[in-house]
Design a protein around this ligand. Structure first.
Ligand SMILES: [Zn+2]
Length: 289
């Protein structure tokens, strides 16, 4: 039988820069054993950002200690959300751009749509509205919403890992603090402000501190206000520092990371899985399960 030529779907963004993110944890939060990196990507998607399209993939690690209750469980690259919220094909910087332009510059959604198109982001007005609502939902998320969904994570992993990142997306006049839960890869709540103190952060975290769940660890970069707020809120939980820094400018950090990635890839050719065809329609694999 004659073999038919393989038709590959046309890629919408063939020149998308590649960003592969690793799991942020070095050791298992339950048994403290060094985690083993896993080769397959647990998620992949192509996103549009203000700095152009990116192909983003996440790699996980596994606990390899047979006596650990989490033996064989996977820990995922949760900081993918720093680039783009779960199930979104737009960068977080596009959401914050829309939020800032609409609320502080008082521009209509259709004007913002035109501006995004001018900057190379393909988006229609309806989706600008949708992203704006997603941005508002992140800022107004309640602890009740979070508590219900995090119970499943606790059942699976035996507890939670809380993390905060401070972002300053381009064109956004403030710092955006995002609380996320590492094991589920879920952004839980966001807080924005200028000259935010440890006290402000601790107050913001209070409802999450009251959750009836064990907290295995907390995670942030080395920024002292963040570290202090996490340690005050969860004094019993060991604090870990993140591997990568995404402070200041989201997209610049991505570019740096991408350069480092390419260097690593050159040293590690063959260690990565085959490149799949990329399409924004490819659904994001669930971060859990
Ligand atoms: Zn373990």
């Amino acid at each position: 039988m004659q073999q038919l030529p393989r038709h590959r779907p046309q890629r919408k963004f063939p020149n998308a820069k590649r960003v592969i993110l690793d799991c942020d944890l070095d050791t298992c939060p339950i048994c403290d054993t060094l985690l083993k990196p896993r080769r397959p990507w647990h998620m992949r998607k192509t996103i549009q950002t203000l700095k152009g399209p990116f192909f983003v993939a996440g790699k996980s690690k596994a606990c390899v200690n047979p006596s650990c209750p989490n033996y064989g469980k996977h820990y995922y690259a949760s900081r993918v959300w720093l680039l783009s919220l779960p199930n979104s094909t737009y960068g977080l910087d596009v959401l914050t751009f829309i939020g800032w332009q609409h609320e502080h510059e008082h521009r209509q959604l259709v004007e913002i749509q035109r501006e995004l198109n001018r900057r190379g982001v393909m988006i229609n007005e309806r989706n600008v509205g949708k992203l704006y609502r997603q941005f508002l939902a992140l800022l107004s998320a309640t602890s009740e919403d979070a508590q219900e969904s995090l119970a499943a994570t606790v059942a699976q992993y035996g507890g939670l890992i809380w993390a905060i990142d401070a972002l300053q997306p381009e064109g956004y006049g403030r710092l955006l603090y995002v609380l996320y839960e590492v094991l589920s890869g879920r952004p839980i709540a966001a807080f924005q402000g200028e000259q935010v103190s440890e006290k402000d952060l601790v107050e913001w975290l209070q409802p999450y501190r009251d959750f009836p769940f064990p907290v295995l660890a907390s995670l942030s970069d080395g920024e002292s206000t963040l570290v202090a707020a996490l340690k005050t809120s969860w004094p019993e939980a060991p604090h870990q520092r993140c591997q990568a820094h995404f402070l200041n400018n989201l997209a610049e950090a991505v570019l740096e990371y991408d350069d480092q990635l390419r260097k690593n890839m050159r040293q590690d050719l063959g260690g990565l899985p085959a490149v799949p065809e990329q399409s924004p329609e490819v659904p994001q694999a669930p971060l859990l399960g």
